[in-house]
Design a protein around this ligand. Sequence first.
Ligand SMILES: Cc1ncc(COP(=O)(O)O)c(C=O)c1O
Length: 467
Amino acid sequence: MKKYQRLAQQIIDQIELGVWQPGDRLPSLREQCASGEISFMTVSHAYQTLESQGVIVARPQSGYYVAPRLAATPRTPAPQVIRNETVDINTYIFDVLQASCDASVMPFGSAFPDPRLFPLAQLNRSLANVSKTATAMSVIDNLPPGNEALRHAIARRYAQQGMNVSPDEIVITAGALEALNLSLQAVTEPGDWVIVENPCFYGALQALERLRLKALSVATTPEHGIDLAALEQALNDYPVKACWLMTNSQNPLGFTLSPEKKAQLVALLTRHNVVLIEDDVYSELYYGREKPLPALAWDTQRQVLHCSSFSKCLVAGFRIGWVAAGRHARRIQQLQLMSTLSTSSPMQLALVDYLASRRYDNYLRRLRRELAQRKQLAWQSLCRHLPPEVKIHRSESGYFLWIELPEGHDASLLSERALQHKISIAPGKMFTTDRLYDSYFRFNASWAWGDREEQAVKTLGTLIQQL
Ligand SMILES: Cc1ncc(COP(=O)(O)O)c(C=O)c1O
């Protein structure tokens, strides 16, 4: 171990022992040199290493501080399962989203990644190519279950990960949201109990509200994901019909479940004969070496409906998603025929054209690298400007940060005040049926980092202090 690595490890050990608390200022470079009789370069190298690992943060003209995300804030433990006979959240979600739908607003609350990351020139070329060759028959060719070549391309991506999904089981939809909604509708009747995570993607709660389903919200944390013991309790206590959750890069918390936990989850739901509606829209946005498998990979009894889309990783505006629906594929097509009829055919054809160019994987590699860098920059900026008591949960995928204000602070109020300064955030209240996450918010870190972003984070810091 080199000298600077030894020093970095020493500091990590001291933080773990509680010698240094989150928010504490570390000895300056000069003080550290004097106390350990080590060179300035060694200390500087050690501090930079710790900073890049997110253990400490630099504050300009002030020094190095222990990162707030390591804070162990004691909180009232969340109830394991919360039941709601009715879900009533859509009006609130609509109002929050409407209020931030303004191009002059800094979109930290947005769910979409920065569209400038997408390969728009190539996609436009593909659209132009297909518009030259599309015939009157293309509409008919692309009716449910959707374009055959596109379903084959998606099936081949499952095959790359060792999953056997037939193109005949895939239904092309208007984004993942339609896939998820149709899946839920296909396996439930109004009044049925459905399990969701707490907190969860608000689209799940809106779907429950629309279909008049009852919610069982199961405790879920950024560190461990869904609590399987609580899930089992809910399955024992209620006649549950379906479970809607995310196993990769969960929105809003960011975690990815371990392969062991995914296997346990599928086994548990299978034992209780409960369908899993798996929302996997962020699966391409991992930072590690390998794309994580979905829970679908452990499904031997065809209990999983796997939903995803191109909206978060290639193009949001095309509105193309899909569900690998297994034995439910026919029912889902019937429901689609009654609602949207079919997905736009030029968009399906353009995606077929783009995917055939084989550029997709190279582009995805660049996208993942860029997102990881942007998230790191956003995180460093937040650490610089938010008060040290604020805890920032950061995951190794996607582009969201989950931010925890000190207990009692109201993130909805922060959101209202931030909007007056043309900054949006996504308050925790959007992701739950109760008050548990009132002091949290989700932060979109996909934007290229510049002065405007830095200033906006600084303003957020001031607003939090004023709370
Ligand atoms: C977790 C999650 N699932 C599904 C969707 C909807 O995806 P799409 O835009 O493909 O309909 C979103 C969009 O924000 C999301 O965040």
